[in-house]
Design a protein around this ligand. Structure first.
Ligand code: HEM
Ligand code: HEM
Length: 343
C-alpha cells in the first residue's frame, strides 16, 4: 500500500516544488503578445508554441482548402472577447438600462406628468403624416423586438433560463434569433425612411443652444422656443440614425460571418453591436417615456398625427408660426400671408 502511495506523494511534492512550466503559470494571467518567461529546459518546439498561445499569441498553420479560418487553431484574443461578452457587456447594459429606468422613476416621482400649461384648446394641427407615422412605428416596433431578443442573448442565460427551464429557453431563444435576423430588415429600412423624412428639420441651429440653456424648460420658467424638433428630439433623431446605422452594419457583419472580415473583425463587430445596442436601448427608454406617459398630448403626434394647438405652441412655437404662415399663404397667396403676418 505504502509502496504505491509514497512514489505518488513524492511525485506530487516534486511537482509542487519544481518551477511550474511557464505555460501553466501564465494561465489566467495578463494576455500579452510575447512570452515573458524563459522556456524551461527540455521544452520542445510544440511546447513553446503552446506556451506562446497561452500567453496571447496565435497558433496557426497552412491549409490548402479555401476556408482560411480553418488555419487558425488557437486564437487567444477570443478570451478577451468572451470576457467582454460575459462580463463587460453585461455591466454596461445593466448599468445603462437600470440607470435610465431609475432616472425615469425619479423624474416621474418628483415632477409628475408634464401638462399642457394653458390646457387643451380643442383645436388641432397636423404634426406627422401617415408615411412618417408608419415609418416611425415600423422602426419602433422592430426595435422593441430586436432589443428583447438581443437582450435575451446577453442576459437570458442568467435571468430567463432559471425561470423557465432549458427546453422553453432553447425554444424562445431559437425563435428570438429568427425574429432578430428577419426584423433587422424592417428596422434598417425604417432608419433610412426616417432619415430622409426628417433630416432637414434636425440640423442643429442657434435655437437649440437657447433650448439647451433653458434645460428644455426645466431650468427656466416658461417654454423655450423650438422649431419642428427641439434640441432633445434632435438628439433622439441622431441617436436613432447614427446608432441605428452602426448596429445595422455591425449586425450584418455578424449575420454573414467572415464574408467581409476575419475573426478579429467579427469580434470587433460583436463588441460594437453589443455596446451600441444596449446604450440605444437606454436612450430609447427615455424617449418612450416622454413620448407616452411623461408628457400630456405628446403621443397624439404619433397616434392620430394631430396635436392640440396649445401643446404645439408650448413645445414647438417656431414650427407653429411657420405652419400658420404656410396656411395663410395657401388661403391668401404669399402677399396676403405677409399682410396677415404683419398684424
Ligand atoms: C439591422 C439591424 C440588426 C442586425 C442585422 C442584427 C444582427 C445581430 C446578430 C447577427 C447578432 C448575433 C446573434 C448571435 O450571437 O447569434 C446580434 C446580437 C445582438 N443584437 Fe442585434 N442586430 C440588429 C439590430 C439590433 C438592435 C436594434 C438591437 C437593440 C435594440 C440589437 C441588440 C442585440 C444584442 C443585445 C445582441 C446580443 C449581444 C450579445 O450579448 O452577444 N440588435 N444582432
Ligand atoms: C415604442 C414606443 C415609442 C413611443 C410611444 C414613441 C413615441 C414618439 C412620439 C410621440 C414622437 C413624436 C414626438 C413629437 O411630437 O415630436 C416620436 C418621435 C420620434 N421617435 Fe418615437 N416612440 C417610440 C419608440 C421609438 C423608437 C424605438 C425609436 C427609434 C429606434 C423612435 C424614434 C423616434 C424619432 C427619431 C422621433 C423624432 C424625434 C423626436 O420627436 O424625438 N421612437 N416618438
Amino acid at each position: 500500500m505504502f509502496a504505491r502511495i509514497l512514489p505518488a506523494l513524492a511525485l506530487g511534492l516534486g511537482l509542487m516544488a519544481a518551477p511550474a512550466p511557464a505555460a501553466f503559470a501564465q494561465i489566467g494571467g495578463p494576455v500579452t503578445g510575447t512570452p515573458t518567461n524563459p522556456a524551461p529546459p527540455g521544452f520542445t518546439a510544440e511546447d513553446l508554441e503552446l506556451q506562446k498561445a497561452l500567453q496571447g499569441g496565435r497558433i496557426g498553420g497552412r491549409i490548402s482548402i479555401p476556408d482560411e479560418q480553418a488555419a487558425s487553431l488557437v486564437q487567444p484574443m477570443g478570451r478577451d472577447w468572451r470576457e467582454f461578452h460575459n462580463v463587460t457587456l453585461a455591466w454596461i447594459g445593466g448599468v445603462a438600462v437600470l440607470g435610465m429606468l431609475a432616472v425615469i422613476v425619479l423624474f416621474y416621482a418628483t415632477k409628475g406628468r408634464i401638462r399642457i400649461d394653458s390646457g387643451k384648446s380643442g383645436r388641432t394641427i397636423q404634426r406627422f403624416n401617415g408615411i412618417e407615422r408608419a415609418a416611425h412605428w415600423m422602426t419602433a416596433s422592430s426595435f422593441v423586438v430586436l432589443a428583447l431578443t438581443g437582450l435575451n442573448l446577453t442576459f437570458g442565460r442568467h435571468l430567463v433560463l432559471p425561470l423557465i427551464g432549458s427546453e422553453a429557453f432553447a425554444t424562445i431563444t431559437l425563435w428570438g434569433k429568427f425574429a432578430h435576423n428577419y426584423l433587422s430588415f424592417a428596422f434598417a429600412l425604417g432608419i433610412v425612411v426616417l432619415f430622409l423624412a426628417w433630416v432637414k428639420d434636425n440640423i442643429p441651429n442657434r435655437t437649440d443652444v437657447s433650448w439647451m440653456k433653458a434645460g428644455g424648460g426645466l431650468l427656466a420658467a416658461g417654454h423655450p422656443a423650438a422649431g419642428r424638433f427641439n434640441a432633445g428630439q434632435k438628439m433622439v433623431f441622431w441617436i436613432t440614425v447614427i446608432g441605428g446605422t452602426a448596429v445595422a452594419v455591425s449586425g450584418y457583419l455578424l449575420m454573414f460571418p467572415f464574408f467581409f472580415t476575419d475573426i478579429a473583425g467579427q469580434q470587433l463587430a460583436h463588441v460594437v453591436h453589443g455596446v451600441i445596442a444596449v446604450l440605444m436601448i437606454a436612450a430609447m427608454l427615455g424617449h418612450i417615456y416622454i413620448g407616452s406617459l411623461g408628457m400630456e398630448g405628446a403621443f397624439d403626434a404619433m397616434g392620430s398625427g394631430q396635436v392640440d394647438v396649445n401643446w404645439a405652441k408650448e413645445h414647438h412655437s417656431l414650427w407653429v408660426e411657420e405652419e400658420m404662415a404656410k396656411a395663410r399663404a395657401t388661403v391668401h397667396g404669399p402677399a396676403g400671408a405677409k399682410a396677415a403676418g404683419a398684424d
